[in-house]
Design a protein around this ligand. Structure first.
Ligand SMILES: *[C@@H]1O[C@H](CO)[C@@H](O)[C@H](O)[C@H]1NC(C)=O
Ligand SMILES: *[C@@H]1O[C@H](CO)[C@@H](O)[C@H](O)[C@H]1NC(C)=O
Ligand SMILES: *[C@@H]1O[C@H](CO)[C@@H](O)[C@H](O)[C@H]1NC(C)=O
Ligand SMILES: *[C@@H]1O[C@H](CO)[C@@H](O)[C@H](O)[C@H]1NC(C)=O
Ligand SMILES: *[C@@H]1O[C@H](CO)[C@@H](O)[C@H](O)[C@H]1NC(C)=O
Ligand SMILES: *[C@@H]1O[C@H](CO)[C@@H](O)[C@H](O)[C@H]1NC(C)=O
Ligand SMILES: *[C@@H]1O[C@H](CO)[C@@H](O)[C@H](O)[C@H]1NC(C)=O
Length: 786
């Protein structure tokens, strides 16, 4: 110190400081005049524990957000930002000025803007700090907050944060665009807590899709232990919005209104590296939103699907339609064909056909209704009517509704009674739009010819004729599959560096698409045994590309350049079921149950719901991958069809993997979908018991073969033996549930394929909608493992 203070006075000074300094010590104060610059050096102002940081985050190619984020986890999740609608360019800066102002200066305009907006005076700001709660504050000497980020939430609230009257959370627009989007969560003046769609790009509410109606709501509190509840002014709890998770030790939490309109309570165990959804509202957004005006949950012409297990909603386009904006799946779909002409002379009815979609509806927007009508009449009526884009037919009540473009509130849901008949142009391989442009091109050529420009006309002729013999690859356009070059994929995988897995016919590598915001991909390089015929390859790839289900790994694209034949899939962050089940820590029962059901649903889709039936032939834990919410996603389906036919179905060369292959492979019996049911049964046993189906090192000889051991335990009513293996799991709902799952598995692994249930029946048994009868005796499986 530059000047001397009498010792006693100094002591008094320390004493006076004591109450404040104990609080203040936990803050890393930001000194006056400090600033940060927007660049990729990741410099930030961290909270004392380092769990949160304040600074610039680069968001795609758009620029930088001045943000607060979770800083100790790999996925640096942004919880707040000052400029979500206006990212700033590299070189912009944020400054905590000597006067105690917090300003953001965009290098583009050079004009500083006050972040602590609405604060008329800054007198009294003594320090700024990033707190361990995730709150950034400007405070007085006595730690009264003059401004805090907690009072200006964007789309997220954190434990200890409150949401006051009139304040809102706005969902971001898309997964990668942080600007204010289409949904808002508001504690309305008047006291009701609500979720609304907004009249995007305005912020005004449009459709109320969830609410707690009270006249006295005052604050929404997210308390330390993780409950989110609504209180009245006198402090009494009016409604618990989202329940608290079990333990708050070692977990991060947040509640975010996601870009799909769902408010999710997320938890993130500090030991893991991803967020998982704990609870969410509304229960099903696809059915909750039925707007009179506006695009609904997914945009016009689109279809919304909600997966309760995964707490996930997705939007898709019906066949024949494509997304308007690839980067924004909630922006709706458009027809990928020329609509039917209304010109009577050129009646086009024979050029159209229907795609039938079960459990699908676009409520509202009907313009004509017939009753009674049968399905054929309904189709004929829509076909003959150029206004009709789809018809909804209800078998039970013989109703037929005709609807026109744009269609609103589309959804696929089990409780939808109707059958949607989507009218599409038959010839999708050369779409009418293209034909149109071809015609224009030829007309153009003729005009040029007339103008005597012979050279140009010859070139034009060459171009058009070339287009005729080699139309754009239909696969690419219709399925939205991307056609990659080999170089692109080589670059994406850094020269096929990181291997994710290897099978008999292919090797899988991890890659990253720089062109797509650094999205991770899995690149499957097929060995030299694939279909040589180009057309066949494309046909099969397009068949795989057409499959689209939440329990399948989605094909994103392919590469077909001479001997280089590769498939590009989504990357699954949680690896395979094999590592999950047989790894160090035993996964919890609820997650395993969800995986069992998800896998069955994925198979059901392959067997019964996609346009051409697909038998997987190699269901095993290594081929069941887990996405970031631990939803089961079946991988590797359809690939068998890419292989040369003589490689796939010979009795000498069994496809599939020991321990999971059905006995008919050994017996030259026809291979049907029931081989997958068999393999599924084996996997189900492993999921239930958390061990491999064959363990030569098992503690006792009779335990080596899981199916035999489990069946013996079941037969001799000694399930407690198995239970010992798994029963310490708190969440296991008891020995009866264990028995139920085992019985389903025993049905699946029956030797006679005709005795095995269909996968649909299996799904129903898992869901508890059909009775599970006592399975027939199981013959020993010992033979298989010899
Ligand atoms: C900044 O962080 C990103 C993402 O964590 C990382 O890839 C990059 O290397 C970091 N940059 C520097 C200069 O540390
Ligand atoms: C986000 O979307 C808006 C509206 O479409 C657009 O103006 C803006 O540029 C997008 N921002 C980013 C970061 O892509
Ligand atoms: C932070 O600022 C407060 C108020 O001026 C002060 O009491 C405290 O000592 C400072 N803490 C640190 C760690 O600098
Ligand atoms: C803290 O300081 C502010 C102004 O600087 C004053 O209004 C407030 O009453 C003080 N609070 C306490 C608890 O001393
Ligand atoms: C909320 O908004 C209403 C109407 O806009 C206004 O009258 C009221 O004072 C506001 N309440 C608060 C607490 O800001
Ligand atoms: C949080 O709220 C829940 C429900 O109101 C309550 O049971 C719990 O005790 C609260 N926790 C804390 C730390 O206040
Ligand atoms: C608090 O307010 C609510 C709603 O206004 C009322 O129902 C309740 O009785 C009040 N409780 C107390 C303890 O005053």
């Amino acid at each position: 110190m530059a000047f001397e203070i009498p010792y006693s006075l100094c002591f008094l000074f320390v004493l006076l400081q004591l109450p404040f300094s104990t609080i203040a010590q936990s803050y890393n104060n930001i000194s006056f005049g400090s600033y940060l610059t927007a660049q990729e050096d990741n410099l930030s102002w961290a909270s004392p524990s380092g769990e949160f940081a304040f600074g610039f985050q680069k968001v795609g190619n758009a620029g930088f957000l001045l943000a607060i984020w979770f800083d100790k986890i790999p996925e640096r999740t942004i919880v707040w930002s000052a400029n979500r609608n206006n990212p700033v360019q590299q070189g912009s800066r944020v400054e905590f000025s000597a006067e105690g102002k917090l300003t953001l200066t965009d290098i583009g305009t050079g004009k500083p803007t006050n972040i602590a907006d609405g604060q008329s005076t800054y007198t009294g700001v003594a320090y700024a700090a990033m707190l361990d709660t995730g709150n950034f504050v400007l405070a007085t000497r006595n730690s009264t907050y003059l401004w805090q980020s907690f009072d200006h939430p964007t789309d997220t609230i954190l434990p200890t944060q409150t949401l006051n009257l009139n304040s809102s959370l706005f969902a971001q627009l898309t997964a990668t665009n942080y600007s204010e989007g289409r949904f808002k969560f508001t504690l309305e003046y008047g006291g009701s807590l609500t979720l609304y769609t907004v009249n995007y790009p305005l912020k005004s509410p449009n459709f109320l899709y969830w609410s707690i109606e009270t006249g006295s709501g005052f604050q929404v509190i997210f308390n330390q232990s993780g409950s989110i509840y609504l209180i009245a002014q006198n402090g009494s709890t009016l409604h618990v919005v989202l329940e608290d998770p079990v333990s708050t030790q070692d977990v991060y939490q947040r509640a975010t209104l996601d870009y799909d309109g769902v408010l999710r309570h997320y938890i993130h165990e500090k030991s893991t590296d991803s967020w998982s959804t704990f609870t969410f509202i509304p229960p099903n957004i696809c059915t909750a939103i039925v707007e009179y005006t506006g695009g609904g949950a997914c945009g016009f012409n689109s279809l919304c699907t909600h997966d309760e297990d995964a707490a996930h909603t997705s939007c898709s386009c019906p066949l024949g339609y494509i997304p308007i904006d690839q980067d924004d799946e909630r922006n709706g779909c458009t027809q990928n064909f020329f609509p039917q002409s209304c010109d009577k002379a050129s009646s086009e009815t024979e050029h159209f056909e229907f795609q039938e979609l079960q459990f699908t509806d676009w409520p509202g927007g009907d313009y004509e209704h017939f009753q009674p009508f049968n399905k054929e009449q309904c189709k004929q009526s829509c076909l003959a009517d150029c206004f009709c884009a789809i018809a909804i037919f209800n078998e039970g009540s013989a109703d037929c509704w005709k609807k026109r473009i744009p269609l609103s509130n589309g959804k696929i849901n089990d409780d939808v009674k109707g059958l949607a008949l989507v009218k599409i142009r038959k010839d999708t391989s050369t779409s009418a739009k293209e034909k149109g442009s071809l015609v224009r091109l030829i007309i153009g050529a003729v005009i040029i010819l007339v103008l005597n420009n012979l050279v140009v006309s010859i070139i034009t002729y060459l171009v058009t004729s070339h287009a005729q013999v080699n139309p754009l690859n239909p696969v690419v356009r219709v399925m939205n599959l991307k056609c990659f070059t080999f170089m692109e994929l080589k670059e994406a995988t850094n020269g096929f560096e990181e291997e994710l897995g290897r099978g008999a016919f292919a090797t899988v590598f991890k890659g990253v698409l720089a062109s797509d915001n650094g999205k991770f991909i899995a690149v499957k390089r097929l060995n030299a045994v694939v279909k040589e015929n180009d057309l066949e390859f494309k046909a099969e790839v397009s068949a795989i590309g057409r499959t689209n289900h939440r329990n399948l790994v989605q094909l994103l694209g392919f590469c077909n350049e001479g001997q280089h034949q590769l498939l590009v899939y989504e990357y699954m962050s949680n690896g395979s079921l094999a590592t999950f089940l047989f790894g160090e820590s035993r996964p919890n029962w609820n997650t395993r149950k969800k995986i069992a059901l998800g896998t069955a649903r994925g198979l059901l889709y392959l067997h019964e719901e996609c346009s051409s039936q697909i038998i997987h032939c190699d269901i095993k834990p290594q081929n069941i991958l887990l996405d970031n919410s631990f939803t089961a996603r079946i991988a590797d389906f359809g690939v068998s069809k890419l292989l040369k036919s003589d490689q796939t179905r010979t009795t000498t060369r069994i496809r599939g993997t020991k321990g999971y292959v059905a006995p008919e492979w050994f017996k030259s019996l026809p291979v049907t979908v029931k081989v997958d049911v068999y393999s599924y049964g084996m996997v189900l046993l492993e999921i239930v018991c958390c061990r491999k189906n064959y363990e030569p090192e098992a503690p006792a000889e009779d335990q080596m073969i899981l199916a035999d051991w489990a069946y013996d335990c079941y037969k001799q009513k000694k399930l407690h033996l198995l239970w010992q293996n798994v029963g310490d799991d708190q969440e296991m709902d008891g020995i009866e549930k264990l028995e139920k799952y085992l019985m389903i598995a025993f049905w699946c692994i029956q030797e006679d394929p005709s005795v095995r249930p269909t996968i649909k029946k299996v799904t129903q048994m898992l869901e508890g909608t059909v009775e599970i009868s006592v399975p027939p005796n199981l013959s020993s499986l010992y033979v298989q493992y010899k």
